[in-house]
Design a protein around this ligand. Structure first.
Ligand code: AMP
Length: 461
C-alpha cells in the first residue's frame, strides 16, 4: 500500500466542498472490522471523497462521483460496500454476485480487487476479479465458489455472460468506475448491453474524472436521485509536483533521456509515451544502455505486465515505460520522477501522469520533453493547469522547439474520429489470445507521422 501517513484534506484545497481537517475515520460510523483494516493500512484521516461519499453510500443512496484515481475513491466505495455486505450477510447463489464493479482496465480491476481484499480482511466478504487476456477457468472457478463482489472489465464480463458462466440478476450494488476512460476506450456499447441485465432495484455509483455529455446522459439514465460529490485535485496535484519542460528536437530525446537518467537521484522513474511503439523503443534503448527498464502497454500479456509492475515496485527495475492507459490506476509507491518522453495529446492526461509522483501526500518531479510538433500540446496543458511550466536548460536544448509556431507546432495528424476506436476485422472488439475480448487501446495507435515514423534512435552506437 502507498503511504502510511495521514491524508490531509488540505491536499485538496481546491475542492469546492472540503470540510474540517479534524475528521477521522471513527466519525464515519464504519463497523469495527473495517476500522481495524484501516488501521492496518495506516489510514488516519479520510480523504475528501471518502469523507463526503461514505455517509451517503451507507444510507444506500446513488452517487455521482467526479474524481480520479489518486483521490482515495476506491476506499470511498469499497468501505460502504463491505459494510453493507457484512451487515446483510447472505450466501450468494452460484455465479451470481451481489455487487458488480466495472473498471476499464485489467490493472484497475486487479487493484480494486486487492483493495477490497485489504479493506475486507476482517470480514467474510468474498470476491472475484475477471478481465481479459488470461485464461477463463480460474475466473469461472472463482465465480462458482461464490463471490459477493465481482470486479470486472466489460469485455470479459460480456463473454462470460454470453457463456452463462455468470448472472447479474442478484446484483444489489453496481459501481461504474472511470466512466470517462470507458468511453475513451470504446466500452460504452458493452456497458449499455450490461446495464439492462441488472435488476432495476439497486444502488448505483458512477465515478468519472470528467463529465462529457455522453457520461452525463448515462448518469441520468442509470442513477436515481443521486448525490453528487466532486473532487478536483487538478491544481493541487500539479502544485505538489515540481515541473520542468525541456525543449528538445525529437531525434535528441534518447540522448536527453540517458543524460537525465545518469543522475542517481532519479531513483524510481515512470516514463510516459503516447504510443506502445515508442514505449517499446524507449525501454529497449534503455536496456541497451545498461539501465534496467520494462515497458507496459495494451499489447503486453497480462503476465508480462504483472511481472513488470512487480519488478518496478520492488525496485528491481529502476525505470518503467508506460502508455497512459496502461499506467492508469496503477498504484505504485514513491515514484521519484515522471518523465513525459512524449507529451500527451489530451491535456488532462498530463495531470494524471504527473500525479503518479505525488501519490497520497508525497512530492515528486516531472520532466516533460517537448519537441517542436508538441508545442501545441504544451500550450493546451499550460492552459488547463493555468500556469507556465518552468523551462529547464540542458545540453540538448532546442530553440526551434521552444519557438515553434504555426504548422511546426502542430501535432502529427490524428486518425479520423471514426477510426479512433479499435475494431477487429469485422468491426467487433478484438479477441485476445484466449479468444476473449480485449481491452481496446486503439486510440494510442501510433499516428502515421510526417517523418515516416523515424524518431530518435537509442540503438545507434
Ligand atoms: P485511489 O484513488 O483509490 O487509487 O487511492 C489512491 C491511494 O491513496 C491508494 O494508494 C490508497 O491506498 C491511498 N489512500 C486511500 N485512502 C487513504 C487514506 N484515507 N489515507 C491514506 N492513504 C489513502
Amino acid at each position: 500500500m502507498v503511504s502510511k501517513q495521514s491524508f490531509s484534506p488540505h491536499t485538496f484545497i481546491n475542492s469546492p466542498s472540503v470540510r474540517s481537517a479534524d475528521m477521522d475515520f471513527k466519525d464515519l460510523n464504519l463497523i469495527e472490522p473495517l476500522q481495524r483494516a484501516l488501521q492496518h493500512e495506516g489510514y488516519v484521516t479520510p480523504t475528501p471523497i471518502q469523507e463526503q461519499a461514505i455517509p451517503y453510500l451507507l444510507q444506500g443512496k446513488d452517487l455521482l462521483g467526479i474524481a480520479q484515481t489518486g483521490t482515495g475513491k476506491t476506499a470511498a466505495f469499497a468501505l460502504p460496500i463491505l459494510q453493507y455486505l457484512t451487515k446483510n450477510k447472505r450466501i450468494p447463489p452460484r455465479a451470481s454476485p451481489r455487487v458488480l464493479i466495472l473498471a476499464p482496465t485489467r490493472e484497475l480491476a486487479a487493484q480494486i480487487g486487492q483493495s477490497i481484499a485489504a479493506y475486507g480482511r476482517h470480514t467474510t466478504v468474498t470476491r472475484a476479479v475477471i478481465f481479459g487476456g488470461v485464461g477463463y477457468q480460474p475466473q469461472v472457478d472463482a465465480l462458482n465458489r461464490g463471490a459477493d463482489v465481482l470486479v470486472a472489465t466489460p469485455g470479459r464480463l460480456l463473454d462470460l455472460l454470453e457463456q452463462r458462466k455468470v448472472y447479474l440478476n442478484h446484483v444489489e450494488i453496481f459501481v461504474l468506475d472511470e466512466a470517462d476512460r470507458m468511453l475513451d476506450m470504446g466500452f460504452f456499447k458493452d456497458i449499455k448491453r450490461i446495464i439492462p441485465l441488472l435488476p432495476t432495484e439497486r444502488q448505483t455509483l458512477l465515478f468519472s474524472a470528467t463529465m462529457p455529455a455522453e457520461i452525463a446522459h448515462l448518469a441520468q439514465s442509470i442513477l436515481k436521485r443521486p448525490e453528487r460529490v466532486e473532487i478536483t485535485p487538478q491544481a493541487t496535484t500539479v502544485e505538489k509536483v515540481e515541473q520542468k519542460v525541456l525543449f528538445v528536437d525529437k531525434d535528441k530525446k534518447p540522448s536527453l533521456l540517458l543524460d537525465l537518467l545518469s543522475q542517481r537521484h532519479l531513483e524510481r522513474v515512470l516514463i510516459f509515451t503516447r504510443t506502445k511503439h515508442v514505449a517499446n523503443k524507449v525501454s529497449l534503448g534503455l536496456t541497451r544502455a545498461g539501465i534496467k527498464s520494462d515497458a507496459i502497454h495494451g499489447n503486453k500479456s497480462q503476465n508480462a505486465r504483472t511481472e513488470a509492475l512487480k519488478n518496478f515496485k520492488s525496485g528491481r527495475t529502476r525505470v518503467l515505460v508506460a502508455t497512459d492507459i496502461a499506467a492508469r490506476g496503477i498504484d505504485i509507491d514513491s515514484i521519484s520522477h515522471v518523465i513525459n518522453y512524449e507529451l500527451p495529446n489530451e491535456p488532462e492526461s498530463y495531470v494524471h501522469r504527473i500525479g503518479r509522483t505525488a501519490r497520497a501526500g508525497a512530492e515528486g518531479t516531472a520532466y516533460s520533453f517537448c519537441a517542436a510538433d508538441e508545442r501545441n500540446y504544451l500550450r493546451d496543458i499550460e492552459r488547463l493547469i493555468r500556469q507556465h511550466i518552468p523551462i529547464m536548460e540542458h545540453p540538448y536544448h532546442s530553440e526551434a522547439a521552444k519557438n515553434a509556431t504555426g504548422d511546426a507546432a502542430r501535432p502529427p495528424p490524428k486518425a479520423p474520429y471514426g477510426q479512433r476506436q479499435s475494431h477487429g476485422p469485422r468491426g467487433g472488439p478484438r479477441r485476445d489470445s484466449q479468444g476473449g475480448r480485449r481491452e481496446s487501446h486503439a486510440h494510442q495507435r501510433p499516428a502515421r507521422r510526417k517523418d515516416g515514423g523515424r524518431r530518435g534512435n537509442f540503438g545507434r552506437r
